[in-house]
Design a protein around this ligand. Sequence first.
Ligand code: NDP
Length: 246
Amino acid sequence: MSAEKKIALVTGGARGIGFAIVERLASDGCAVVIADIIKDVAAESTEKLSSRGIECIAVTGDVSRPDDVESMFKMAGERLGTPDILVNNAGITRDNFLMRMSEQEWDSVLNINLKGSYLCSKAASKGMMKKRWGRIVNISSVVGVMGNAGQANYAASKAGLIGFTKSLAKELAGRNITVNAVAPGYIETEMTENLPGAAKENFLKIIPLKRAGKPGDVAGIVSFLVSDGADYVTGQVIHCDGGMVM
Ligand code: NDP
């Protein structure tokens, strides 16, 4: 991280992988904005960090709603400053087999995981272009690379994020903005907590490192991608999956 303090906005930053990213970027020296959908949860996570002396604010809204995104970025700008770093982490699953998948299940996953990243990147890139510096990291998934039965909506959203990452990387490189993706595998969070035991065991069978990932494993990659050490890295998809997909 460079000497000048950077401002990082992490969507879905109140818990799970997002919160680990917020904690890691704060320990790297960033001021952090937790952008999340539930006000109380975001406020609670912010208090935890503020009590440790970290410069941190919460902004609440739904990343799939243009008005919410506009107001979250406006509030972040007014209270802390224009974000230099954006991590598009907010994501949901609504699993079902295609024949049973409702249009609502399809739309909600695509709207939050993919459209949300488009809206937030558009809002963030304005300030980054002016500063001629920016870092965008999109949290994709190995499922976007290899597919998964019962997750056609989720896989489409995460594969879409990879194409989005590469296109933005080409579009924004001239303004010194890098855009990369991280593709986590099986990471222990509330999202994966309720997976059936058999599904968890099956994952472990195909992970060469023989353990589930931790939110901090993903946060470490994000920390690298936004650091000065990754100045010459853009348009890449870094897997964080214990070797599951190679
Ligand atoms: P969690 O469900 O634990 O956390 C997601 C966070 O995003 C929650 O705080 C959630 O709020 C918030 N969120 C959900 N919808 C919105 C929205 N519309 N607007 C703003 N915030 C929202 O998920 P994980 O930490 O496990 O996952 C984080 C990211 O990593 C996701 O994009 C996920 O797809 C990806 N990923 C996770 C893997 C895993 O194994 N866990 C593997 C591969 C990728 P709320 O509290 O309301 O739910």
